[in-house]
Ligand binder design. Structure first.
Ligand SMILES: *[C@@H]1O[C@H](CO)[C@@H](O)[C@H](O)[C@H]1NC(C)=O
Length: 214
């Protein structure tokens, strides 16, 4: 009220009045944009995981009807559904791979829970696979002394939900650690590429971390 009174008394020309009434929707729009920018900035850089938020996106999650917000994956990690994935550029043994993933923001050596996840990871692995000879990526699956396969996060091992190569796992008395095997960029075996190896074999690894969303 006060402000309006001041504006109309200060502006004599009707033309200027009109430009003022034009201004208001723009001020509103700009404010909304500024608030949105501030929100994105706060949720991406002032959240609980500031260092993880260099790669943030506003995404409507698939499995939610109305939810919309920031989904974070750390820089260099790939987002799929509710997880972020890291494919290593270096190789190490299976126990070292477990340790390395755990040491990175509390992630874990990947546990594959679905056909969709298997497909996504195999496609990622194919992208970085540079030759047609086998490239191996450790997953968080190993056999105990009695030969029972176990996921690192205690997810129950269900044979029906595994993606072993035909005839694998074999030589279980010695080869107790599981890895995805990729034979180059055109490997068609999306759903049959796990193999078991000696746990001290140096392999690449895939770590996974839940997405952070606001
Ligand atoms: C895990 O491996 C990466 C890549 O070699 C390295 O940068 C990082 O320091 C390692 N982290 C731990 C906790 O071992």
């Amino acid at each position: 009220m006060n402000r309006r009174g001041r504006v109309s008394s200060a502006t004599a020309a009707p033309a200027e009045e009109r430009s003022c009434s034009w201004l208001n929707p723009w001020v509103f729009l700009v404010s909304v944009l500024a608030i949105k920018t501030a929100f994105v900035t706060i949720c991406c850089f002032g959240g609980q995981y500031p260092s993880l938020c260099q790669q943030a996106s506003l995404t409507k999650m698939k499995d939610s009807t109305s939810w919309e917000g920031c989904v974070y994956c750390p820089k260099g990690w790939k987002h799929f559904q509710e997880k972020c994935y890291y494919l290593s550029a270096d190789k190490m043994s299976w126990p070292e791979s477990v340790q390395n993933c755990t040491g990175m923001m509390g992630s874990q050596l990947v546990v594959i829970n679905s056909k969709e996840e298997q497909e996504f990871l195999f496609n990622l692995a194919k992208e970085v696979s540079t030759n047609a000879f086998e490239t191996k990526f450790y997953v968080g699956l190993a056999a105990s002394a009695n030969g029972q396969w176990q996921w690192v996060d205690q997810t129950p091992y269900k044979k029906a939900a595994t993606f072993w190569k035909p005839g694998e796992p074999n030589l279980l008395f010695a080869e107790k650690c599981a890895a995805i095997h990729v034979k180059g960029k055109r490997d068609p075996n999306t759903y049959s590429n796990w193999n078991n190896v000696l746990c001290f074999t140096s392999c690449y690894r895939i770590c996974e971390l839940p997405v952070k969303f606001v």
